[in-house]
Ligand binder design. Structure first.
Ligand code: AMP
Length: 205
């Protein structure tokens, strides 16, 4: 039995066609059901669809053998106990610093609102900039507007969300795309099965 953890939302829309091409199909009926463990066209493969940030947690603890998650989420998690084996090249975007154009970023302590606390701290520590990181779970763009932070660190794709909120992209921290990760113990115990899926997915990228 192989369990694959998929990230809900934007990544899922691009992951399902990729898995289908590799021979793994989750029916529309299964996707519409309220079940948390979904059957696939293959009896020995199950799929769970969970919050993106939970994917590395499930894989780390072996609750899923394989996971598909954004590099943003993997960097934040630290990726202990899992191997990142494939860059799927989907859900591409950039992790960026953004602020209002008039904002003075020369602060003795720069206040930054973000969901990406670890990546943000690492980035500014490397630059030698002292920061206060304010953890938010969404609507980061609001923080500079209401004076909660001097700037934000968030994912940027088209840049439309920043623009709509009067923010401009500044520093580029990291290119992001979805990655396939594997539980390190499963990679040993289910090596042939996992390798076979890796080959099939890679062939269809
Ligand atoms: P955009 O307006 O196209 O720049 O998209 C920015 C918004 O979409 C932000 O709220 C991001 O957090 C979110 N976003 C953009 N790309 C991704 C992605 N690949 N995965 C998850 N969220 C994303």
């Amino acid at each position: 039995m192989l369990t694959i953890a998929l990230s809900k939302g934007r990544i899922l829309e691009q992951t399902l066609p990729l898995l289908e091409k590799a021979g793994l199909v989750v029916s529309a009926e299964e996707l519409k059901s309220r079940k948390l463990i979904l059957d696939t066209n293959l009896e020995d493969v199950k799929v769970i669809i969970i919050r993106a940030s939970d994917v590395p947690v499930f894989v780390q603890h072996g609750a899923a053998d394989i996971g598909i998650a954004g590099k943003d989420v993997l960097l934040e998690h630290g990726a202990n106990g899992l191997f990142e084996l494939l860059d799927l090249g989907i859900a591409k975007c950039r992790l960026m610093v953004a602020a209002e154009p008039s904002q003075d970023l020369n602060q003795s302590t720069l206040k930054i609102a973000t969901k990406y606390v670890n990546s943000t701290k690492q980035y500014f520590q490397a630059k030698g900039q002292q920061v206060e990181v304010i953890k938010l779970y969404g609507a980061m763009e609001l923080a500079p507007i209401v004076g909660l932070a001097h700037c934000i660190v968030d994912l940027v794709d088209t840049g439309n969300t920043l623009k709509a909120n009067g923010l401009i992209p500044l520093d580029h921290i990291q290119d992001i795309s979805s990655r396939l990760v594997v539980n390190s113990a499963s990679f040993n115990t289910k090596h042939t099965e996992i390798k076979d899926w890796l080959t099939r997915i890679e062939a269809n990228l």
